[in-house]
Design a protein around this ligand. Structure first.
Ligand code: NIG
Ligand code: FE
Length: 431
C-alpha cells in the first residue's frame, strides 16, 4: 500500500545488545506462517535473529551448527510466539469514567449516558484539560505497558478531540509518544466519532469539514496510516461515513470502521463495499455481513472487553469459521467501554465467549491483527525476513495462553531481535 511505507514506524532506531542472536532451549516456537494460513509449531525450536529480522526458525541442533557466531540466549524451556499486535485502541485520552461504569452495570443504556453529557464528550473535555506534555508522556507510559504485556505493534486512534484542531493535536502527540518507546505505533485518525457541542445543529458542516480540510491536512502531513469512522445510530450515518471514507480512499489512505456495535446499521456492508482494512466491533453483525467481509478480504475485529462492558454477545466461532472471514481480537482500550489493558486477557475472553481454539486465539492477535493494519508482510509472524518482534512467555505450551486469567505474562519481549528491558513494575503507573 503506497502510504504504509511513508508512515512505517519500524525505521525507528531500537537499541539492541546484539544484532545476531540465537534463542534456544524453548519449549516450542509457535507462529502463524507467512501467509497466515496456519499455525506452525516447532517443539524445542530455535530462532536466529539478525539485523533486527528473523533469519531462520527451526531445529535447535541444526541452527546452532549453522550459526556458531550468533549470541546464544537461553529461553529456559518456555514458549515463544510473535510479538502481539493490538490493532484497535483509543489510547490517547485524559481522565477515566469509572462513575459512568457504575451506571452501565446498573443497566443505563450507552445512548442515554451519552445524551446526558457523559460518554465520549466527557472524555473529550477531560482530554482537552490535560497539558500536551502530560498527554504525550501518559501515552508513552501506556505503550510501554502494552509492550510489557506482549504487544510489539499497537494501533492508536485519535477521536477524543472531535474539533478539527483538537483531533490534529492528538495525532501530533501520538507521533511524539511513538518516537519515545520501542513499540511499533500505527496512528489512525478517527475522524467521525461524535458531534462536538459547537457543531450542534450543523452536522453536515462538521462532516464536510472532517472529510475535506481535516482529512487533507492529515494526509499532507503524513499524520495517520489509516482513517476510521464510528458508524452507528449514536454516532454517524452510513452516508456520512461513506463521504469521509470515499475521500480517504481517493487519497489512497486505508480505511476502517466501527461498525454494527450498538445496533445493526449497515457499517459492515459499507466496509465490504469500500474494501476497508477492517470492520471493528460487529456485536450486531449478521452472518451475511461476515460473509461479505470474508469476500472483501476485510478483517473482522472483535472487542470482547467492550462487549462485556455493554453486556453484549460475541459471535460464535462456528459461524465465524463457516463465513471464511479473518477474525482479529483487540483491546479497544478506552475509558468508556473498554478499560482493558491486556490483549492476551482479551484473547482469553474471546476464547471463552466465542469458542476459539488456542490456535485461533493466537492467530487473532498476531497475523490477523497485523492484516487489519496492513502490516502482515512485516509483523504478526516469525518467518524469515519478518521483524524480529517476539515474546518469550512465562508458560510452556500454546494452550496455556488463552487458559490462564489473569493472562500469562511475558518473560522477555524482543523488538527487532533485541531483548530490551521491560519497564520496571514501579514505572507501570496507573492507568
Ligand atoms: O470503540 N464505539 C466508539 N468508540 C469507543 C467508545 C468510546 C467511548 O465510549 O468513549 C469504542 O467502544
Ligand atoms: Fe473503538
Amino acid at each position: 500500500m503506497a502510504n504504509w511505507s511513508a508512515h512505517d514506524p519500524s525505521g525507528k532506531a531500537v537499541a539492541g545488545r546484539s544484532a545476531y542472536l540465537i534463542l534456544h532451549n524453548t519449549s516450542e516456537v509457535v507462529t502463524p506462517d507467512a501467509e497466515g494460513q496456519r499455525i506452525l509449531r516447532t517443539p524445542k525450536g530455535a530462532i536466529v535473529f539478525m539485523n533486527g529480522r528473523v533469519l531462520e526458525v527451526g531445529d535447535v541442533g541444526e541452527l546452532t551448527r549453522r550459526h556458531p557466531d550468533a549470541r546464544p540466549l537461553n529461553a529456559n524451556g518456555k514458549l515463544v510466539t510473535p510479538g502481539l499486535v493490538d490493532c484497535h485502541t483509543h489510547m490517547i485520552f485524559g481522565g477515566h469514567r469509572a462513575l459512568e461504569f457504575q451506571q452501565k452495570t446498573q443497566g443505563v443504556p450507552y445512548a442515554e449516558i451519552a445524551a446526558k453529557g457523559g460518554g465520549i464528550r466527557s472524555t473529550v473535555n477531560a482530554t482537552a484539560a490535560v497539558r500536551d506534555d502530560v498527554l504525550e508522556k501518559t501515552l508513552a507510559i501506556r505503550l510501554e505497558r502494552w509492550r510489557a504485556n506482549g504487544c510489539t505493534t499497537v494501533e492508536v486512534k485519535s477521536g477524543y478531540g472531535l474539533e478539527p484542531r483538537r483531533e490534529l493535536r492528538l495525532l501530533e502527540l501520538m507521533g511524539g509518544a511513538a518516537i519515545r518507546v520501542p513499540v511499533r505505533v500505527h496512528r489512525t485518525a478517527l475522524l467521525l466519532h461524535a458531534l462536538p457541542p459547537d457543531y450542534e445543529g450543523r452536522r453536515r458542516e462538521y462532516v464536510e469539514e472532517m472529510a475535506g480540510p481535516v482529512l487533507t491536512e492529515v494526509h499532507r502531513r503524513g499524520m495517520a496510516s489509516a482513517i476510521d469512522v464510528f458508524c452507528d445510530p449514536v454516532a454517524f450515518t452510513v452516508e456520512e461515513c461513506r463521504l469521509v471514507l470515499e475521500r480517504a480512499r481517493a487519497l489512497e489512505l486505508p480505511i476502517k470502521l466501527h461498525a454494527e456495535q450498538m445496533q445493526h446499521f449497515g457499517g459492515a456492508a459499507l466496509a465490504a463495499e469500500l474494501g476497508a482494512r477492517s470492520a471493528d466491533h460487529l456485536e450486531s453483525a449478521t452472518e451475511s455481513d461476515w460473509r461479505a467481509l470474508a469476500a472483501a478480504g476485510t478483517v473482522g475485529v472483535l472487542l470482547p472487553a467492550a462487549a462485556l462492558t455493554l453486556r453484549q454477545r460475541l459471535p460464535d466461532a462456528a459461524m465465524l469459521r463457516a463465513s471464511g472471514a479473518r477474525v482479529a481480537v483487540a483491546t479497544d482500550f478506552n475509558p468508556g467501554t473498554a478499560p482493558a489493558q491486556s490483549l492476551m486477557e482479551c484473547a482469553a475472553l474471546a476464547a471463552r465467549l466465542c469458542g476459539f481454539t488456542a490456535e485461533e486465539a493466537l492467530m487473532s492477535v498476531t497475523w490477523n491483527a497485523a492484516k487489519a493494519l496492513g502490516a502482515q508482510a512485516e509483523v504478526g509472524h516469525l518467518s524469515p525476513g519478518s521483524w524480529g518482534d517476539a515474546v518469550l512467555w512465562e508458560c510452556e505450551t500454546l494452550e496455556e495462553l488463552p487458559y490462564w486469567m489473569p493472562a500469562v505474562r511475558p518473560d522477555t519481549v524482543f523488538m527487532r531481535g533485541a531483548d530490551l528491558a521491560l519497564p520496571a513494575v514501579e514505572r507501570r503507573v496507573w492507568p
